[in-house]
Ligand binder design. Structure first.
Ligand code: SF4
Length: 323
């Protein structure tokens, strides 16, 4: 089936509203990391070389089509998907074109990226944030042991490279560290007292001023990976505040419907579920079409073997898989 590179609307905790997602990478997934909590099915290639991945024309065509359908109700366009967008050599020109398109359409949605940053850090290539409102940087660990355990980085990648790069980038409030606190079974993977102290030290060294603190809310690629308790998130937010770092605590998902009715094709639905597993309630809130129409579309994708049902923490999610 064809895969679209712009999908949504998607309920976002960080936006407290709906966003669209633009994917410059996959399928297949390609990322310098293979985080234990990654919601994308399959191992994927751990990659750090910048290459020509998804073509700008295809991204722009899909984005224009999507924005025709979703209208102006999205708070942000998040460049993220099946891996790290900085792996795509076309990243700078795609960002410029997306910013231009938003301007031409007079949409006030912000442009965000989510990245490991390691792709640019290893070759010391400066990230140009001219058209980017926020850059979320995956930063889950303060020691190489926790880094290896949570992010499973590409061979040879070091946490210190990321810290030094962030320090030199010195982009202030537009660069936001993203901390996902996870457990393996009942055991903390990166939120023991010692881990949290080391994370705070690393953030200070890197000059981080703001950090998203969150627990995972979608089925991870590995069984047994769980979100940290909410009390831990609150404790971490308090201790970051004491260090002079502004925490953005993500707890609640949007419980309201998207502002407009969006009728997705089965290709749109599949392309969205490939990037983010979602529950039927979330899909109903995103599209506002009858449950019966959603069931029919999901069933047809499941019959083709490209969407699977995943039960996680008492909820049923639908996840796209590559055939
Ligand atoms: S969660 Fe993000 S950074 Fe981690 S492996 Fe998946 S795509 Fe890469």
């Amino acid at each position: 089936m064809e895969v679209k590179h712009a999908v949504g609307p998607y309920p976002s905790r960080r936006a407290n509203g709906y966003i669209t997602i633009v994917d410059l990478v996959g399928p297949p997934k390609a990322c310098p990391y293979n985080c234990v909590y990654c919601p994308i099915k399959g191992v994927g290639a751990k990659a750090i070389s910048i290459k020509r991945l998804v073509n700008p024309d295809k991204v722009l065509k899909d984005f224009e089509q999507l924005m025709d359908n979703v209208g102006g109700g999205v708070r942000a366009v998040l460049i993220n998907g099946m891996g790290d967008p900085l792996l795509n050599e076309f990243f700078p020109e795609i960002v410029n074109s997306l910013a231009k398109t938003l301007k031409i359409r007079k949409l006030d949605a912000e442009l965000w990226i989510k990245t490991t940053l390691q792709t640019y850090a290893v070759v010391n290539k400066r990230l140009n944030l001219t058209n980017i409102d926020r850059a979320y940087v995956v930063f889950d660990a303060g020691s190489s042991e926790d880094y290896a355990a949570v992010n499973e980085p590409h061979h040879g990648l070091k946490l210190s490279t990321l810290i030094n790069y962030l320090k030199n980038l010195n982009e202030g409030e537009r660069v936001i560290a993203e901390l996902s606190l996870v457990s393996s079974g009942e055991l903390p993977l990166n939120w023991s007292q010692e881990s949290l102290e080391l994370i705070a030290i690393s953030y200070s060294k890197a000059g981080v001023r703001k950090a998203v603190v969150k627990a995972i809310d979608r089925p991870p690629r590995l069984n047994g990976i769980r979100p940290a308790p909410e009390a831990v998130l609150r404790r971490v937010a308090e201790s970051l505040t004491e260090q002079g770092i502004e925490p953005l605590l993500l707890l609640e998902k949007p419980q309201f419907h998207y502002s407009e009715v969006v009728v997705p094709s089965t290709t749109d639905l599949y392309s969205l579920l490939l990037r983010k597993p979602m529950t039927i309630t979330e899909l109903r809130r995103s599209f506002r079409i009858p449950y019966s129409d959603l069931w029919r579309a999901i069933e047809s994708l499941m019959n083709r073997g490209i969407v699977e049902e995943v039960v996680w923490r008492g909820k049923v999610f639908y996840r796209g898989i590559t055939s």
